[in-house]
Ligand binder design. Structure first.
Ligand code: NAD
Length: 361
């Protein structure tokens, strides 16, 4: 077989592209190697997402349970020498196969491991909520800046196509000027889990699930809230699950345009995640939403147009998308779409919500 001059040029260009953007063509070493810190529920989704991603691979594990870590290491091809306990985590500095960490620990541990990872020269992809206070968020941002490493918060809905489509419909005026917003998210929590311990969770359900409604209100209005009112309540008063935090909380946020968002979250009541944005000429509703797949939207807009759509992609696609975005930022030295500053904004508002409810964090 002989190649024409044009085919040679095309092949050369393809080779250069493959080197510049490791992906389908990429060798394992060209992918961003992640150390996963904390091997719980969300870490499992993330690792499955990373496995089917273009730019990521799992190269180390950090866990307090050696047996579990060895089992997962075997599944993901992680060498035994790349399993670390929390105590020996700082040795990760010397592991050349690790460029980034994924922090999947209880909320109060995010700041410590982000800062330790930055000091070890590793980029940080951290689960939401970014931390348990805005002060901690600032320390994390400063540590990552000082170490010249990327910091991204795992706000997976900001990478979910149907959510992005709905935001775009609102932004481009398809339902007219936005007048009001509503959202809820909650579930009936198991007893004894770390989420019910203030020292590990930071506070109640706003840190965990209410933050989705808070984010949605900001994204769908395109504004930052300026006033907060909130009520917290506990129905199951002697329930040990609510010894350290409220059972449910409802809050309203006012935006500079005058839009008022009405939100709620709970650890006692089943509240399938939903959000609804009302405009002068129509309405868009997403629900169920905030889950790992099956995001659904319905609505009607200007000129009688109707929408009715489900994202049929399956879990762990959302995790693959956010992991690939972060890896591309690392590979191409770009700022992530959801940097530490985005997490800081939310924690500032979470603090204001609890202050408005008269709850000291
Ligand atoms: P999980 O309880 O399933 O996992 C937590 C992991 O941390 C476990 O492996 C546990 O062994 C480890 N750990 C280390 N020290 C611990 C301690 N002192 N107490 C308890 N566990 C300890 O929790 P999860 O649901 O995976 O949540 C982890 C983080 O991920 C949280 O910050 C949570 O908000 C976030 N999260 C994000 C999403 C999302 O969709 N983005 C969903 C769920 C959880």
């Amino acid at each position: 077989m002989t190649w024409t001059r044009r085919e040679f040029t095309k092949l050369g260009a393809m080779g250069t592209a493959a080197m510049a953007v490791p992906g389908a063509f990429a060798q394992a070493e060209q992918r961003v190697g992640f150390a996963v810190i904390g091997l719980g529920v969300i870490a499992d989704h993330f690792m499955r997402g990373a496995r089917q991603s273009q730019h990521c691979r799992i190269t180390a594990l950090v866990s307090g349970h050696r047996d579990k870590a060895e089992r997962i290491a075997a599944e993901y091809g992680v060498p035994k020498e790349s399993i670390y306990s929390y105590e020996e985590f700082d040795r990760i500095r010397d592991n050349k196969a690790v460029q980034a960490v994924y922090v999947a620990l209880p909320n109060s541990m995010h700041a410590e491991y982000t800062i330790r990872a930055a000091k070890a020269g590793k980029h940080v992809f951290c689960e939401k909520p970014m931390a348990v206070s805005s002060a901690e968020c600032r320390q994390m941002i400063d540590a990552c800046k000082a170490a010249n490493v990327k910091l991204m918060i795992a706000y997976r809905m900001q990478y979910e196509p149907l959510t992005l489509k709905c935001i775009d419909l609102v932004k481009t005026g398809q339902i007219g000027t936005v007048g009001a917003f509503e959202s809820q998210f909650g579930f009936n929590i198991q007893p004894g889990v770390w989420r019910t311990k203030k020292a590990l969770a930071g506070g109640g359900s706003v840190f965990d699930v209410g933050i989705y409604s808070l984010q949605a209100a900001r994204l769908f209005t395109g504004e930052e809230p300026v006033e907060f009112k909130a009520y917290a309540g506990t129905v199951h008063k002697d329930d040990p699950r609510f010894a350290e935090m409220e059972e449910s909380i409802e809050w309203t946020m006012k935006f500079p345009s005058g839009v008022v968002a009405s939100c709620a979250s709970s650890y006692g009541a089943q509240m399938e995640g939903f959000m609804r944005v009302h405009g002068v000429n129509g309405m868009i509703e997403m629900g169920p939403t905030f889950g790992y797949d099956g995001t659904t939207m319905k609505g009607r807009g200007k000129g009688g147009v109707r929408w009715d759509e489900v994202n049929s992609e399956k879990d762990p696609k959302q995790f693959e998308r956010e992991a690939d975005h972060f890896a591309e930022c690392v590979l191409n030295n770009r700022e992530p779409k959801t940097p530490g500053e985005e997490g800081l904004r939310d924690l500032t508002y979470v603090e204001k919500i609890y202050e408005a409810a008269g709850i000291k964090l």
